[in-house]
Design a protein around this ligand. Structure first.
Ligand SMILES: Nc1ncnc2c1ncn2[C@@H]1O[C@H](COP(=O)(O)OP(=O)(O)OP(=O)(O)O)[C@@H](O)[C@H]1O
Ligand SMILES: [Mg+2]
Length: 405
């Protein structure tokens, strides 16, 4: 089983997928922009071969180079788990004639407007929306859809350049700040709670599924530095409150023609109970979500994903044992971390529930919280009881504080 895996070293969790592929018996041909000598040993041992390309995001160049590199070696799979590489992987699959999702299918997971059109065409509830290229488009769209609205890039990530627009003034403000964005989606603002629906699929059917709740919604978390974003995986997927969201998720997979691999979807539950599609990617969620799912079930999804995409089987038993909560912290002040308060006390009282404590150490430079949800580090904890898991996450959010100078 010869697998071309794009971006095996970055983002860092890609190294875990590379390991997973090797562990299920694949020969992994990695393609990245780092020199081979810069790759960690722990990664190199899982690579059969490696091609360094000058610019990983130069699609045409990467396709041509990989094609030439693998000539004469029968390729069985071309895979990517990083959002910006999933279309390149699809192009290479078409070029090599190997199984997997086509470019046309993957476009439905990358272009937010096309995505919503395909999902809506299957009779599923999406926010009403229009594609906008100019300020005039946006003003006309706003008049048609009505406020409140959200304005966001067509292929955005990390809530960058995403604005809540409550009235005409907000719209003009948002447009002024978005002049560098070529294409945007203007859509109906959905009030309510926000969840994920994550899967590992075989032939578009989930072999593994997960729901997590955002506390608060990512847009709020990304606009208020002082708060600590929390994401909690839900142990009990059978509860009636999630049934409509999971059904929506499965129907979306079908509507978009999902094949094999990870999906990461976001959806809303309105106060009246109606569920609404948000967005979906044909790749795993970032910011440690796969680790969270692993802690939820005590499994190794890095490896199980590899088994699913290479051999179309999913062998691990995945009993849902815990609600796993991750709390991202942001320091008060700028510069380097000088002090952490509340952590020792928390660990003394509740440390038995903590599975990872990766706050930045004293002396480390702060990360840019706008650029990475990882912020200044995280605590990951788990508990079988939902309310307790949320309560413990709240204590970390409120009582653990990092300071920087
Ligand atoms: N129609 C909507 N109604 C309400 N909130 C929305 C809507 N669209 C987006 N949001 C909010 O903005 C956030 C970011 O939007 P979206 O998920 O589409 O962009 P993104 O940049 O791909 O996000 P990320 O990479 O963080 O998942 C959502 O998680 C949600 O909180
Ligand atoms: Mg999103």
């Amino acid at each position: 089983m010869k697998v071309v895996f794009l971006a095996p070293s970055y983002p860092p969790e890609m190294q875990q997928y590379t390991r997973g592929l090797a562990e299920v018996g694949a020969s992994v041909y990695g393609v990245g922009d780092q020199p081979l000598s810069a790759l960690p040993r722990s990664l190199k041992q899982h690579l059969e071969d490696y091609l360094q390309v000058p610019r990983l995001l130069d699609d045409d160049d990467v396709v041509a180079r990989v094609h030439a590199w693998m000539r004469g070696r029968a390729v069985d799979r071309v895979l990517a788990n990083w959002e910006v590489m999933v279309l390149t992987a699809a192009r290479l699959r078409e070029r090599f004639g190997v199984p997997g999702m086509s470019v046309a299918t993957v476009e439905g997971f990358r272009d937010k407007q096309l995505m919503k059109e395909r999902v809506a065409a299957a009779g599923l509830r999406v926010p009403r929306s229009v594609r906008v290229r100019t300020a005039t488009d946006a003003r006309e769209g706003a008049a048609r859809i009505g406020y409140p609205l959200v304005l966001k890039p067509i292929s955005g990530a990390g809530s960058a350049d995403t604005y809540e627009v409550r009235n005409e003034r907000d719209l003009e403000d948002a447009l002024a700040r978005m002049t560098h964005v070529e294409e945007a989606s203007l859509e109906e603002f959905i009030e309510g709670e926000e969840f994920t629906y994550d899967t590992v699929c075989i032939g578009g059917k989930p072999a593994f599924a997960n729901v997590a709740q955002y506390l608060p919604k990512p847009l709020i978390a990304r606009t208020n530095e002082w708060l600590s974003p929390v994401i909690v995986t839900v142990r009990d997927l059978a509860q009636p409150a999630l049934a409509d969201g999971i059904t929506l998720g499965n129907n979306v997979l079908e509507a978009l023609g999902m094949g094999d691999g990870f999906t990461h979807m976001e959806w809303f539950r309105k106060p009246d109970g109606e569920v609404v599609f948000g967005e979906i990617g044909c790749r795993p969620g970032g910011a440690c979500l796969v680790d969270q799912m692993n802690y939820t079930c005590d499994i190794d999804l890095f490896r199980e994903w590899a088994r699913a995409v290479c051999w179309n089987t999913f062998e691990a038993r995945a009993p849902r044992k815990y609600n796993a909560a991750i709390i991202f912290k942001r320091a008060i002040g700028n510069g380097r971390i000088t002090k952490i308060t509340g952590l020792n006390e928390f660990m003394r009282r509740y440390g038995e529930h903590v599975v990872e404590s990766k706050l930045l150490p004293i002396g480390a430079a702060r990360r840019n919280w706008k650029h990475t949800l990882l912020s200044d580090g995280h605590i990951l904890l788990r508990h079988p009881d939902w309310a307790t898991a949320c309560e413990l996450a709240n204590i970390v959010a409120n009582d653990v504080t990092l300071y920087a100078e």
